[in-house]
Design a binder for this molecule. Sequence first.
Ligand SMILES: [Zn+2]
Length: 273
Amino acid sequence: MPELPEVETVRTGLEKSINSKTISKIILNRKKIRFDIPLEILKAEKSKIISIERRSKYLLVNLSNAHTIIIHLGMSGKVLVHKTKLKQYDKHDHFAIIFTDNSEMVFNDARRFGVVDYTKTANLAEHKLLKDLGPEPLTDKFNDKYFIKQFMAKTKPIKIAIMDAKNVVGVGNIYASESLYRAGINPAQACGKVSEEKLSLLVKSIKQVLKEAIKSGGSTLRDYVRSDGDLGYFQHNFKVYGRDKDSCFKCKAEIKKIVQQGRSTYYCPRCQK
Ligand SMILES: [Zn+2]
């Protein structure tokens, strides 16, 4: 499943490949993915793409008609940009935009957990998918003071809490394990039991882990024309994720795997207390 760094890499790719293009035609091959794609989206034809932003794992394609196309990749979604428009669509090509230069952006999603929506740009903050989201981890809003206040009294395990988008967005399963390892915090520890010092170390670690992943994605993205959501190449940098039964890079103890809310967590029992 694409996490924040992968989505940011797709955003960068789209910025380089479709920004400032004018929409010639919108293609709806399927009316419903996870939700209905609103027919109003057809009104985006003739408008120009003015910027591509990201909020959490939502791509926001802002248009000159004061509307925004919202795209979420779900589990398996991919955004592909073709230099010339397709002659034939794949059966999972649910939504496409053809530009006036005859290039085409296609949203392909085999498992159909993805989202394509359309709204007034001015109403984005109140949009049902965006309104309850916590701060972006790479902004100043996500800082020690906020984090400590948010977590002090909580009894939930710290890993579950950092993956809750109401507290902070974009810390998915992989990066949760990785940042807790860096901060030396046991993932099962209740938030309220973690020292302020370690919580502030965790804020730093989350930012670092995500920045490094974005950097590695950006430098690996060779072909901007193919903004592929399914990028598996961050994997070789993991310190604990997927390394159960291997030895810890710091202390040589065996990395353990536990399951929390149905998701695998990896940690070093010696380094993470
Ligand atoms: Zn260790």
